[in-house]
Design a protein around this ligand. Sequence first.
Ligand SMILES: NC(=O)c1ccc[n+]([C@@H]2O[C@H](COP(=O)([O-])OP(=O)(O)OC[C@H]3O[C@@H](n4cnc5c(N)ncnc54)[C@H](OP(=O)(O)O)[C@@H]3O)[C@@H](O)[C@H]2O)c1
Length: 380
Amino acid sequence: MSLPATYRALVCPEYGQPLTLTTRPTPGAVPGSAVVKVLSALVDPSEKHRLLLNKRNPHFSQEPPFIPGNCAVGRVAALANDATSLQVGQLVLLECFVRGRDDPDAQALRGVYEGHTPSGKRLTHQEDLWRDGFWAEYARVPLESCWRLDEKALLGSVEQGGLGYKISDIPFLAKHAVAYGAFRAIDLKAGETIIISPATGSHSGAAVQVASAMGARVIAVGRNADTLRRLSESNARVHGVSLTGDVEEDVRRLSQFGTIDAFMDYTPASLKSPLHLRACVLAVKSYGRGVLTGFPFGEFSLPYGLMIGKNLSIRASYMYQAEDLRGLIKLAERGLLKLGESSGAEVIDGYTLEQHDEAISKADEHQAWGRQVSLQPFKE
Ligand SMILES: NC(=O)c1ccc[n+]([C@@H]2O[C@H](COP(=O)([O-])OP(=O)(O)OC[C@H]3O[C@@H](n4cnc5c(N)ncnc54)[C@H](OP(=O)(O)O)[C@@H]3O)[C@@H](O)[C@H]2O)c1
């Protein structure tokens, strides 16, 4: 596969301004990198708000101009000489989390967030390296973030023993990865019961799928009865529950399923403080665990003495580790974690880079878990 001299990409010139379709010189595979031909790139339901309507978000943004797009799947088109086992043509998952090679604590989300430390910012401020996301025909990625996929298992036909997925079913794995990282951080085990609150957002719905695929029973909290129904119909051991805000009543509702081993809080950034954290802390068993994975930017209080008395372990979890991604991909390749329409989601694909406005509006129509919209920079 030879690289063309130029490639096309969607560029965010400034927050609040329309994206521009730009032609740029195609990057080469500098040492430590691969250049990947992008076949399908996810359009997040929040992109419209993050890129086009909002001013720069003080908590979560990156210095423009940059190419958006944080999850994709593609085929390796060029490799640096120091690649040891990847091959040109290999199908790979692309995700946005980059870490400093000389300092793994220097972190950024390419195309999304430049990180909160000066060392993290250096990763996205180098114009030609890792600042751009995947709404483009080609992307250069670090070799260690080029996650190889078993194409035969994922895309092969069911008659031939494959899972029969289409290419646009795969990028959503990058959302599953955040949940898998958080569950591994609290050592969630098969057979355990976990509360996920709320459970109907784009990431939190993905968390319900992952916990179920890992063999846990899920108490999925939400107001959106339709999404809860779809999640419980398409995933094993999922029970939808609506909570009232009255802590005593909420603990009663959560406890109807028996012992609760763990909870995950996935409160969105639109809220100042965690939604039902107190009820989760009260409902979880002694020696139970909790993981905070959402992004409310306010502060909150918790019953200190009770948490000590119950010997609770509560931790925060941001993104994931390399080992998490490898494990998650295996869950999908073995058919335990379902992707695309077989997971109960609606997958709307086929949008070209020119049709980005249409794709962004389509994704924005349905903020809850259950719709996956993608751009297809290249169709095979
Ligand atoms: N830890 C990490 O590494 C990491 C990585 C990626 C994302 N995140 C963060 O995780 C958070 C959640 O992501 P997401 O994609 O799931 O968010 P989302 O799609 O915005 O989800 C919104 C969820 O919050 C619920 N909700 C919103 N307002 C509510 C209210 N007033 N009362 C009750 N429920 C309410 C919604 O319930 P209804 O369906 O009832 O409206 C839905 O379940 C985001 O803030 C995101 O930034 C964290």
